[in-house]
Write a protein that binds this ligand. Sequence first.
Ligand code: B3K
Ligand code: ZN
Length: 864
Amino acid sequence: PSVIRREDYQPPAWLVPEIALDFALGLDATHVTSKLSVRRNPDGNGSRTMRLNGDQLAPLAVRVDGQAVNDWRLDGPDLLLDLAGEAHEVEIETQLNPAANSQLMGLYASHGMLCTQCEAEGFRRIAFFPDRPDVLSTYRVRMSGDKAAFPILLSNGNCEATGESADGTHWAEWHDPWPKPCYLFALVAGDLVANHDSFTTRSGREVELNIWVRKGDESRTQHAMDSLKRSFRWDEQAFGREYDLDLFNIVAVSDFNMGAMENKGLNVFNTRYVLADPETATDSDYDAIEGVIGHEYFHNWSGNRVTCRDWFQLSLKEGFTVLRDQMFSADMGSPAVKRIEDVRVLRAAQFPEDSGPLAHPIRPDSYQEISNFYTATIYNKGAEVIRMMRTMAGPERFRAGTDLYFDRNDGTAATCEDFVRAIEDGAGLDLKQFRLWYSQSGTPQVTVTTQHSGDTFTLKLTQLVPPTPNHDGGAQPEKQPMPIPLKLALFDRETGTHRGEELLVLDQAEQSFSFAGYASAPVLSINRGFSAPVAIDFERPVEDLVFLAAHDDDAFARYEAMQSLVVRHLIAAVSSNLAEEARTAEREAIVQALRSILLDEALDDLMRGELLILPAEGYLAEQFLVADPSAIHAEREALKAWLGTKLRGDLEALHDRVSAVPYSRDAAARGARKLKTQALTYLAAGAPDEARRRAIAQYCAADNMTDRQGALMVLAGLDGPERGEALADFHGRYAGNALVIDKWFSLQAGSLHPKVLEHAKALAEHPDFTMNNPNRVRALYMALAVNPQAFHAPSGEGYRIIGDLIRRLDPINPQTAARFVPSLGRWRRIEPARAALMRAELERIAAEPSLSKDVLEQVTKSLG
Ligand code: B3K
Ligand code: ZN
């Protein structure tokens, strides 16, 4: 397999300042004519040869400066052309079959509509072109097609002309004045209706906003539109960024490989991140829509106006834009709750990446298939790294840094180094050593020990960045210490208060920090707000955790204390070094802590809900060098049952209280709904009959999807006739609503029911299941892959189901298939019997004769 390396970067020999594309549209035959004005790059290597990337394209005609030529040649999928002069016009014709494009990259058909996905390397499936992000062009797009089939014709920028022909076709011409790389090109043609609105920017530009959906879906677009307008306003206020066109279009597509795509002026979205109403979308769905709408909009500056020089710089736009969307969502809702959720995602998705066979730095040094690098590391750890710079600089100075970054790099394809330098210069920080965060992979482990003598409290901190494989010759066996910003506070045990938060930067392997004036030993609260994406190892008395769980004024730290209390108990219980008496004592400590959270009147319900969440099994597994998933599952369920039994009265009272809160979208009502289902979850473990009764009542009374889905989730995990009845009712009620039917699949595949694997196999045969829709595939199989008791069934059947899926899906949609490999790739960290089964499954995949580059890279790295 060919490996692309960051150090091999060469500027392009030829630039394409302008491109004109002409599409004669048809679902199974689209004719494309591309006219490129090309110019020799003064900073290039001077080669006469222009490389035009292609992927399954055949050139029907090639013209240079108007003359047909035939001295072009193919180099694999690419077309090479020798050009003698300084500037030429290159024209190439190709023909595509969008209906046959099941990969959903390039131009494809979805429910009779045509749309594109070009990032990262999809444009080469549409036209021969130097498909690399450092070639920026202004685009003119003309498209024509049957007016009845494609009444709406959209592309980037502004529509400049439209017309009709006598043969029933019509056409439109679009022009985007902003130069862009081809990965930001988009085209949509279909029978769509819009929610129209407008936004006036701070300098008075009137922007037309449209959210385009299939007929019948328009009533579910208002939340997305409101989120879009809030995003426009927020980016002006928080980052000084204003929109730069008169039109902003969003199109919702139901067949889509990921969440959404930030094409200039024409964002294409998975329907999942657009459509919502209370009846069909949960509160989490609403939050996700707001976050993704914001994310794609914010890319207009962090991604489009300033783009990436090469794909190694992906985190330049993705890490920064994730940070921006996190800050936006925090400002729109509860910053405390948002921070806790973001850390939970990081720990669930990114920490395992960093400690597994696919570990890579946020700026990788090599890749085989770039689609495999749209990871939690690039996105979420990338955001954490920039957040640390912000923490060290403070908000104002950080803003000066980002202003400088946008100023300096506007209109260019930049690097992570450009970003760091702008923050250094604009914020006045020295980030020399900090750059290690870009090149070293692995989650740093910080060990804390404390000492108190006289009136001085001393903190001894050590850091260790574990070795990581980083394939293709880039292994990182030894790491250097990195600057780790740690926010901390020292609490007085008597008063429950502290003297103010401090920021320490640990930048050596080992360092001590002393604090004078503490006559009695304070309680340390460290890594407050999760100021650094590290794992903290701190042996401390249980009383201190109980104290912090009750008193810490930093919401994240309070959550963390609660989590630690549970994590350390479960680790001890799983490692079976807990005598029965100690186990009971520890469980009782957790009961007390949870009870005080249930009863604390100062807490809002959204935050109370966070504090009630038990650490995920995946996160617990991470705490072991080699994990036994059955033991973790059993201990965690046993604790849940214990809590459900001991707190039954409190939980029933809670369920009664929150069930009386009427539906609204305000924080109090959302908090009530979150707790409603959490109460049921604990009761289901400790008092199943009571839970069943309440879940049925909640299901029947539900006037919103949050309550209905929550109740159904609980019922789906329990036995009894109500289970089947409720599932059938749900399916019948929402037949035809693909996003809700996805939930129906997920709930069953993700359930605690002992027969979950049997259910999953039956679901794969259900008439509503299809391998051609990524949302449906993920609904069934991703839910299963992240359901520990199903995936890790001792028989290996869970592994087999996921392995079979990968092999069957790869020829249809390699990008989506490759996303399932990392679950099996964790074998080294799982007990030996299962590890062998997981490995065998990977080997079975590897033995397939013609694997995609995507799956092949993930499988070989996971085995290697
Ligand atoms: N930039 C796109 C991701 C494209 C993924 C291609 N495999 C969405 C986003 O991050 O906003
Ligand atoms: Zn993004």
